[in-house]
Design a protein around this ligand. Structure first.
Ligand code: BES
Ligand code: MN
Ligand code: ZN
Length: 504
């Protein structure tokens, strides 16, 4: 899908579908036309108002109605979309509106459309924000994962071109840049979604390494892939222990995007890449176990973010590190009570083989030290406890540096891919006490997501480090089951803001 932005009088837009916003009034007749809609209505001698007066549009955010062949307008069709009440127009309503428009355009089957919605600014955001949200929302709605179905639902959606239009006003220079950023981000989100959606018999650790290879080739990036023997040589006893029950060879992937000055220390993103989490010998119950194919969503978000930043030529240095393994039971698998030595030298008693994410991440965090990172952020579907605490709205944020935490929260608010900070007091470390090793890999029922983060914190003491627990946000269950691509939008925003710049 191609996106562009231009200043254009709505009555003159020669388009298959002209999309105009309408704020809800106390009665449909009292709906308030947005400036572009007002202008179009004037050119059409009141044809839009007449439709509203008949009550054809509820005005609720995301409601739509369609008019054809309106005299006075160059467009073939007009789609009126309700924005909700003007004084209740929020980020969520803007996003709902975009999603509804996307679905209505999909239904309509037009090849292109001209959309007058990005001019409706929210108090806390600028035009660039609206453009990013609209682009990501449209691309998200048109994303399909049907490569494993033999019978496609029908022809692929026709929509190929979207023009975001502003009535008359000139287009600021920053708008084009925002669009390119958003398109590259959407590419990253799509990659993350597809990797997440692929089943574990296809998306194995080796598959993730191959995907990194493709990115390295496409964007000319440096790539390292460590094999099991490399991990053993480096003393990554925790990482290797998780993979012992599996027939899939583990991979430790490091993908380097160097878009910033050589002197700039990199942002290192570490993504949990458990391509399937059975729980191991501490086997998970059967219900919804299929969803554990999404346990590599952190890894997918890291690869998606690198793709986005490379695609937009962002002036940042980012290294994506992905420990990729499959967690299986088997004759060689780790057993509860086993003690392993991590690359840091600290020993861990594996009391539960289902707490495997922290075991692969701890060695990846130690490995990341060699890059002398400015900051490290790990991203992981780490705990069910985080889902209980925060649900599916925000990611759990933990950090040993408050500035870094604030920067991530701000980036999340900006991207509308939000996080909520959780505690990380030393007091929680007590729960990880072990009689037989330096620490246990579980901390009991209370504060499960906090003790998981506290475990990781022991391997990031020398670093400015943050951890995002994305167990609740990375994918949806039920009818809508599928990967969301979160938190790619957050990570891209964070990297760009961290560099203090924008895409080139
Ligand atoms: N991958 C799971 C966490 C998870 C659970 C993600 C549900 C998404 C939805 C992780 O490896 C895990 O199994 N964690 C255990 C930790 C426990 C054994 C301390 C959990 O959350 O139950
Ligand atoms: Mn697990
Ligand atoms: Zn897991």
């Amino acid at each position: 899908m191609k996106f562009s932005i231009r200043a254009l009088a709505p009555e003159r837009a020669k388009t298959a579908c002209l999309v105009l916003g309408v704020f809800k009034g106390t009665t449909p007749a009292q709906s308030e036309l947005t400036p572009a809609a007002r202008r179009a209505d004037r050119a059409a001698r009141g044809a839009l108002r007449a439709v509203l007066a008949k009550g054809d549009l509820s005005g609720r955010a995301g409601s739509t109605t369609l008019l054809r062949q309106v005299t006075g307008l160059a467009a073939e069709r007009v789609m009126l979309v309700g924005l909700g009440a003007k004084d209740e127009f929020t980020e969520n309503s803007y996003r709902d509106v975009i999603r509804s428009v996307a679905n209505a355009l999909k239904e309509l089957g037009v090849r292109e459309a001209t959309v007058y919605l990005v001019g409706h600014k929210l108090p806390a955001h600028d035009l660039a924000w609206n453009l990013r949200q609209a682009t990501l929302g449209l691309r998200d709605a048109f994303y399909a994962f049907d490569q494993l179905k033999t019978e496609k639902k029908g022809p692929p959606p026709a929509l190929a071109e979207i023009t975001f239009a502003l009535p008359a006003a000139a287009v600021p220079a920053a708008a084009g840049r925002a669009l390119r950023e958003a398109e590259a981000t959407a590419d990253g989100v799509a990659l993350a979604r597809t990797l997440g959606n692929l089943p574990s018999n296809i998306c194995t650790p080796g598959y993730l390494a191959d995907e990194a290879k493709k990115l390295a080739r496409q964007y000319k990036l440096r790539l390292e892939v460590l094999e099991r023997r490399d991990m053993e040589r480096l003393g990554m006893g925790a990482l290797v222990s998780v993979t012992k029950g599996s027939h899939q060879p583990p991979k430790l992937i490091a993908l380097h995007y160097a878009g910033g000055a050589k002197s700039k220390k990199p942002v290192v993103l570490v993504g949990k890449g458990v391509t399937f989490d059975t729980g191991g010998i501490s086997l998970k119950p059967g219900a919804e176990m299929d969803e554990m194919k999404f346990d590599m969503s952190g890894a997918a978000s890291v690869l998606g973010t690198v793709r986005a930043l490379a695609g937009m030529k962002a002036p940042v240095n980012v290294i994506g590190v992905v420990p990729a393994v499959e967690n299986m039971p088997g004759g060689g698998a780790s057993k509860p009570g086993d003690v392993v030595t991590t690359m840091s030298g600290q020993t861990v008693e594996i009391l539960n083989t289902d707490a495997e994410g922290r075991l692969i991440l701890c060695d990846a965090l130690t490995y990341a030290e060699r890059y002398k990172p400015d900051v490290i952020v790990d991203i992981a579907t780490l705990t069910g406890a985080c889902v209980i605490a925060l649900g599916h709205v925000v990611s759990g944020l933990f950090a040993n540096d408050q500035k870094l935490a604030d920067a991530l929260r701000a980036a999340g608010d900006d991207a509308w891919d939000r996080v909520w900070q959780m505690p990380l007091h030393e007091d929680y470390q007590e729960q990880l006490r072990s009689n037989f090793a330096d620490m246990a890999n579980i901390g009991g029922r209370p504060a499960g997501s906090v003790t998981a983060a506290s475990f990781l914190a022991r391997f990031a003491r020398k670093q400015r480090w943050a951890h995002l627990d994305i167990a609740g946000v990375a994918y949806k269950s039920g009818r809508e089951k599928g990967s969301t691509g979160r938190p790619v939008p957050l990570l891209v925003r964070f990297a760009l803001r961290h560099a203090g710049g924008r895409a080139a």
